[in-house]
Ligand binder design. Structure first.
Ligand code: E4P
Length: 215
């Protein structure tokens, strides 16, 4: 399973990169707005630090505008993946540009397995189902991940399931059990995957006992 950071914060991205677990980054307009950076500059800087795929999201709504924006974003850096919303115009954009222009697309704001099936048929590189937002609305977000993984396997789609809107470590665990190719998570969740209170207690106890050994 690949680990992506869901952030536009360069310090967080650098820290995860240093640990050696950073496979990619996902951003969205809300995350970039928090950093108070110009959009294109923020994407270029992230692409410098993270050599894996970096998702940059389109904000256009019509097919014609999306096509122009997707081409522009794809040229910001070689590792840019263009994010488009799961709308009719978004899917048309993926269909039009993924094969002819070789642009990699992450289809975002996916909330159902049928939507994910359409994104795969359109030629998306990644599909981003938002499980936290589904859970927040009283649905079972993880069931959508299981359904998509099953459907993609049935038909041998190459689109990767990028579990998004992750809120806690259990989401990562369940996504891994379902066979999701990627989990994108806030830095706080990534940090929680490493720590366990019993590990800390165990380290302290071993150190204490080591000091008792005659030198
Ligand atoms: C990732 O690509 C999404 O933009 C992100 O995971 C959304 O998360 P949120 O529901 O916490 O805003």
């Amino acid at each position: 399973m690949k680990f992506f950071l869901d952030t536009a914060n360069l310090n967080e991205i650098r820290e995860a990169a240093k640990l050696g677990f950073l496979d990619g980054v996902t951003t969205n307009p809300s995350l970039i707005a928090r950093e108070k950076r110009r959009f294109d500059d923020a994407i270029r800087e992230i692409c410098d630090v993270c050599k894996g795929p970096v998702s940059a999201e389109c904000v256009s709504e019509t097919f014609e505008e999306l096509k122009v924006e997707a081409v522009r974003l794809s040229k910001l850096a070689p590792n840019v993946v263009v994010k488009v919303p799961l709308t009719k115009d978004g899917l048309k954009t993926v269909r039009a540009l993924s094969e002819s222009d070789g642009i990699r697309f992450n289809v975002t704001l996916c909330f159902s397995a049928n939507q994910a099936l359409l994104a795969a048929k359109a030629g998306a590189t990644y599909i981003s189902p938002f499980i936290g937002r589904l859970d927040d609305a009283g649905h079972d977000g993880m069931q959508v991940i299981r359904d998509i993984c099953q459907i993609y396997k049935n038909y041998e789609f190459r689109t990767e399931v990028l579990t998004a809107s992750i809120r806690h470590p259990l989401h990562v665990l369940d996504a891994a059990k379902a066979g999701s190719h990627v989990a994108t998570m806030p830095f706080a969740v990534f940090d929680k995957l490493i720590s366990h209170p019993l590990t800390d207690i165990g380290v302290a106890r071993f150190l204490e006992d080591y000091r008792k050994i005659p030198k």
